[in-house]
Design a protein around this ligand. Structure first.
Ligand code: ZN
Length: 497
């Protein structure tokens, strides 16, 4: 371990680091008074901004959760690292050389561990890209060409090739001065009986980057039948840099468009991201080896969320000339289980996010990449333009499984839909969707209300109104706390106490 970072170096980093730049990399900030900016707090869930930044003073504070501090404190919380790592991270970013007190006979090496891992990933990316044009990579080029990606497209999205064999990358990185420990820590190598070996072998690779374009890890697709790893896609394991619940492939390319258009399109694969962007949907990103979850939702929401329109207006695509586009998140699902997948998403996300979520499913269940191959860029754009609200999609898919011409089919549909509607936390929406569903099924509202109330008792659901005014000064008013409605007794879905 090197000794303490010299105090004057810490102050140099503090003076150089631009708090506005650092915060706005992940939070959309808006001016609010002289020298002050506000945005949605990255450290707690909120819909109205209570997070304020004063770049000139180098301080930030959240009136919602009470966190606050200087630029180092921000980076510590944001990256989940300690003070020393935060100083090193910022020193790397601003190219400030750090000096350490009493280096404990460790050779002075410039840069922090984190910076070394970033460098190792960058070197790996260069290596994979250089390999794509080799003779061995024919299968990789064929696969990409077969998906209508030109050589220029592959360059733009960073496609590469990890050669077969065991230690091509390991030897390359060793030649660049990286230690085996660094290769392991970066998730680029595995520990074997006799030393380390390449993590990615005989696969097409895509670099997974953060929103500022730094490579954190890779996704890789199988090419050969004799691959010792069966999985079609593998990803970098979680490392100090790469956390699968927090990375989105394409976020570096899509970030500015997401902020500007207040729209994000979530697709399921690397080639789908490429197809989307090439078709003109420049807000597309994909999760990497995991389902879209709460952490991903937070990242997207911080980029698109804007309270200025009010929550109600955020719902649904507004197409009013001259008016700012309402924010929306479009999920594309392929395959027959689309309805089911959509349901899992709809009810796994928080209420405010779900109401802004839309679903796009292509005819014939084509994924965006195949849709572009078969029907062209126009069809891809139409797919996103015709997206339907997530709740509508989920409920309609459930009803569609029944023939509602007859009473038995109607009752089947009620029983299938009620557990879904019962999970909608927002009471105004719960009521709207109950009414919509009974119109489609052709039964009376009270039949649905009874069934939904029964399901809510079973699920132990509480009421929540996303559009109700927030009571700021209630200590126990967490997101799932039960609001004390005056008209509570009149709520047909209420659970008897
Ligand atoms: Zn906060």
């Amino acid at each position: 371990m090197p000794g303490m970072i010299k105090k004057e170096d810490i102050e140099k980093v503090r003076a150089t680091a631009d708090l506005y730049d650092i915060v706005s990399a992940t939070v959309t900030l808006k001016p609010s008074g002289t020298g002050t900016y506000v945005g949605l707090c990255p450290f707690h869930d909120e819909k109205t901004p209570s997070f304020s930044v004063r770049p000139a003073l180098g301080v930030w504070h959240c009136f919602g959760c009470g966190l606050g501090g200087d630029v180092f404190g921000y980076v510590e919380h944001q990256e989940n690292i300690d003070f020393r790592d935060a100083v090193e991270l910022l020193a790397d970013k601003y190219h400030i050389e750090l000096h350490y007190d009493k280096a404990d006979n460790v050779p002075a090496h410039t840069g922090s561990k984190r910076a070394r891992l970033l460098e190792a990933n960058e070197a790996a990316q260069e290596f994979f890209v250089s390999q794509l044009m080799t003779k061995e990579a024919l299968a990789a080029r064929k696969l990409l060409d077969g998906r209508n990606f030109s050589q220029a497209d592959c360059q733009r999205f960073g496609c590469g090739y990890a050669p077969q064999g065991w230690d091509n990358l390991v030897r390359y990185l060793a030649g660049k001065g990286f230690t085996q420990q660094e290769m392991l820590d970066a998730g680029l190598a595995r520990q074997g009986q006799r030393g380390v070996y390449d993590y990615f072998r005989g696969r097409v690779t895509w670099p997974i980057r953060d929103s500022t374009g730094r490579t954190l890890g890779f996704g890789a697709r199988k090419l050969y039948e004799d691959d010792t790893i069966n999985a079609k896609y593998i990803n970098t394991p979680d490392t100090q840099l790469y956390r699968k619940t927090q990375v989105l492939y394409g976020i570096d390319l899509a970030k500015s468009a997401i902020v500007k258009k207040r729209q994000a399109v979530i697709v399921e694969g690397y080639t789908d991201v490429m197809a989307m962007h090439l078709a003109g949907i420049d807000t597309a990103v994909a999760t990497c080896g995991t389902a879209f979850g709460a952490e991903h939702a937070k990242i997207i929401r911080r980029l698109i969320a804007d309270d200025s329109l009010g929550a109600v207006q955020l719902v649904g695509p507004l197409k009013v000339e001259g008016q700012a586009l309402s924010s929306r998140v479009v999920f594309t699902f392929d395959g027959d289980a689309a309805g089911q997948k959509a349901a899992i998403h709809a009810f796994g996300l928080d209420a405010a996010f779900s109401t802004q979520a839309f679903v796009a499913v292509a005819e014939d269940n084509l994924d965006p990449c195949d849709l572009r191959i078969k029907r062209g860029n126009e069809a891809v754009r139409a797919l996103i333009a015709n997206a339907r609200p997530l709740y509508d999609f989920v409920i309609d898919s459930a009803i569609d499984r029944f023939d509602t011409t007859y009473a038995t089919g109607q009752m089947g549909a009620v029983k299938a839909v009620a557990p879904l509607i019962a999970q909608i936390r927002d009471r105004s929406l719960l009521d709207l969707y109950s009414r919509k569903a009974v119109r489609r099924i052709g039964v009376d509202l009270d039949i649905m209300q009874r069934e939904v109330a029964y399901q809510r008792r079973k699920l132990n659901m509480r009421d929540e109104d996303a559009y109700a005014p927030k009571r700021r000064f209630q200590n126990n008013a967490g997101p799932s706390a039960e609001p004390a409605y005056a008209e509570r007794g009149a709520n047909p879905y209420a659970n008897p106490a």
